[in-house]
Design a protein around this ligand. Structure first.
Ligand code: SF4
Length: 280
C-alpha cells in the first residue's frame, strides 16, 4: 500500500460520502409531430336546430301553375270533340255522350239532326220515337226522355233558344252542371265552372288535385285552385289528356309531360315517389 493513502471507510451515517448516485433511466426521446398533422380534438357536439323539411303540398300554387303550363304546351288547341253547329246540337250531343265515347256520338248525331233539324222537331216527339235513333249510345231510354224533355221545356219556357245561363240550363230535364258547363263554356265562352266528367275525375285524383268523389265537390275543388280564365281550356285539356295519355287502364306515363309532377299509385312508369292515396 502506498504511504498516506487511506482507503475510504463507510460513513457512520450509513451514507457513502461522495458516492455517485445511480442515474435515473433516460426519458424516451420525444417524437416531433408537425402541428398540421397532429390529431385535432374532437369538436364539441352542440345540438343543431333541425332544418325544416318543406311539406309536400299537391295544391301548392307553383305546382298547379306548372301543371297548367305543361297542359297548355301539350294541348294548345284543345276544344270540345263533340261535333255541333248550334247550342242545341251541342246540348243534345252532350246528353248523349254520358257513358259513351265522343266518336260514337259523332256517328249518331249527323243522322239525328238530319232527321230532326231543330228543337221544335224534337219537342214534337214522344221519347219512344227517339229511342231507335240513339240506341247505340247506351242508356237510350233515359237519354230519349232527357232530350225530348229538354226540347219541350226550351220551346215552352225559352222561346226555343238554349239559355245562356247556368240556372236556366239546370232547369232542363237531364241537364246537370257537367252538361251546362260544356254548353256555356264551348258555345257561349262563359266560364261558369269546370267540366267534371270521368276523365277529369280520374286525372284530378291521380294528380292529387282533389280527394272528393262527388262531381260537384270535385268541381268546387278545381275552381278553387285553377284561375277562372283557365276553367274552359283546363276542362278541354284534361279531357284530352285523359283520352290520349292518362287512360283508365295502362296510362302512358313514359310519354306524359306531367310525369315528374305525378305521384299516382297506378303509374306505369315513374321517376318520382309514389303516393298510395293518389288513386284514380
Ligand atoms: S304520369 Fe301517368 S298517371 Fe300521371 S298524369 Fe301522366 S299519364 Fe296520368
Amino acid at each position: 500500500m502506498v504511504r498516506g493513502t487511506i482507503p475510504r471507510q463507510p460513513a457512520k451515517t450509513g451514507r457513502h460520502e461522495g458516492a455517485r448516485r445511480t442515474p435515473k433511466p433516460a426519458a424516451p426521446p420525444r417524437t416531433f409531430t408537425p402541428k398540421a398533422l397532429a390529431p385535432k380534438p374532437a369538436p364539441k357536439m352542440t345540438p343543431r336546430a333541425a332544418k325544416p323539411v318543406a311539406k309536400y303540398d299537391p295544391l301548392a300554387p307553383e305546382r298547379v301553375r306548372e301543371i297548367l303550363k305543361r297542359l297548355d304546351e301539350r294541348y294548345p288547341k284543345a276544344t270540345c270533340a263533340l261535333h255541333h253547329r248550334s247550342a242545341w246540337e251541342l246540348l243534345v250531343a252532350t246528353i248523349l255522350s254520358a257513358q259513351c265515347t265522343d266518336v260514337r256520338v259523332n256517328l249518331v248525331t249527323p243522322v239525328l239532326f238530319q232527321k230532326y233539324p231543330n228543337v221544335q222537331h224534337f219537342a214534337a216527339l214522344k221519347p219512344e220515337e227517339l229511342e231507335p235513333d240513339i240506341r247505340s249510345t247506351g242508356f237510350f231510354r233515359n237519354k230519349s226522355k232527357s232530350v225530348v224533355g229538354a226540347a219541350r221545356k226550351l220551346v215552352s219556357d225559352f222561346g226555343g233558344e238554349v239559355p245562356n245561363d247556368m240556372e236556366k240550363l239546370l232547369s232542363l230535364p237531364g241537364v246537370a252542371r257537367k252538361t251546362a258547363n260544356v254548353v256555356l263554356g264551348t258555345w257561349f265562352h262563359h266560364a261558369t265552372g269546370v267540366v267534371v266528367d270521368t276523365h277529369v275525375t280520374r286525372v284530378s285524383h291521380r294528380l292529387e288535385l282533389t280527394r272528393q268523389e262527388n262531381a260537384e265537390k270535385i268541381e268546387q275543388d278545381l275552381m278553387r285552385i285553377v284561375p277562372r280564365e283557365r276553367w274552359i281550356d283546363f276542362s278541354h285539356q284534361v279531357i284530352w289528356h285523359g283520352r290520349q295519355l292518362c287512360m283508365a287502364r295502362s296510362p302512358k306515363c313514359a310519354e306524359c309531360p306531367l310525369e315528374s309532377l305525378c305521384h299516382a299509385a297506378d303509374k306505369t312508369w315513374s321517376t318520382v315517389e309514389i303516393h298510395k292515396a293518389a288513386k284514380p
